[in-house]
Design a protein around this ligand. Sequence first.
Ligand code: PLP
Length: 286
Amino acid sequence: MVQVRSGDNFAFPLEDLLSQISQRTRLIAVANPNNPTGAAVACEVLLQVARAVPMAAVLVDEAYFEFHGETILKSPERPLNLFVARTFSKAYGLAGLRIGFLAGDAGQIKVVRRIASPYNVNAFALAALPEALRDQQYVECYVADVQRGRGVLEDELKTLGLHYWPSRANFVLVRVGTAHVEFIQALRTRGILVRARHTDPGCDGCVRLTVRDTGVGLGGQNMDKSFDSFYTTKSGGMGIGLSVSRAIIERHRGRLWAEHHDGPGATFAFSIPGGPEGVAHEAPAT
Ligand SMILES: Cc1ncc(COP(=O)(O)O)c(C=O)c1O
C-alpha cells in the first residue's frame, strides 16, 4: 500500500497522488471530508483522479457528508470506476448498528456483491434503518446544530490565536501545543472525551474536538435530562455536547476555557494561559 501524505496545511496532494499511480494501482481511497483534519476536496479534483486511473477503483469515503453538504454521488460525470462509501454512524448516530452503504455504477456493484461476505449487515440494523431514514427532520436539525457549534468553536479558537484547521466535518483539529496531554486528561476527568491526534503525521500537539449538538435545533430548547442520557448513549458518550458545544471553549480572560454543566457541581474550567504553548492548569470546579 502506498500512502500519499497531504500537502502544506493538509491540502489535498493532487500532483503527488497522480505521480504515484502505476500499472499496479488497483484502488485509491480518499476520505472526503478527511479525518482528522476536517479538510474537504472539490468533487472536480476527485473526478480528475478517477479519470486518471480508469482500470482501478476510486473509493470516496463520505462518512461526514452530512456535515459537509457536498457529495460526488450526484455528479453527472461520475465515471464507472468511482465508488462512494457512507456510514450511518455519524449524522444518524447509529454507530452501534454497524451499517453503511457503498454506491456506484449498478454493473460494478454487482461485481462487488459477488465478493462481499454473506450476512455482512445484521438484521436488527436493517430493520431499524428505514425508520431512521424516514426521520430526516431529526438529521437536518442535528446537522444544522452541529454546524452552528462548529462555527462557534472555530471562532473562539481563532480569537484565542490557537491554530486550527477549518473543518467540514463534526470535529475540529486544533494545535493545543505542549499542554495537549494535560488538556485531554483534564477533560477526561470531567467526562468529556477528546481525541489525541499528536501521533498523526503533521499533527504535533494536536487534539481533535468533536462537536455535538446543543439541543437548540431539536425542539427549540435544550434537551431535557432523559433525552440527554439517550443521546449520550447513542453517541457513546463521546464528544463535546449539550451546553458544552455552546460554551465549549470560550474566551475567558484570554485563556482557553472549557465549560461543562452536567448536574450540580460539575461545571469546570480548564485553561491554557498564554496560548498554545502555555502551561495547562485546571480552575477549581464551581
Ligand atoms: C473517514 C471515516 N470513514 C469511516 C469511518 C467509520 O465509520 P463506521 O462507524 O461505519 O465504521 C470513520 C469513523 O471514524 C471515519 O472517520
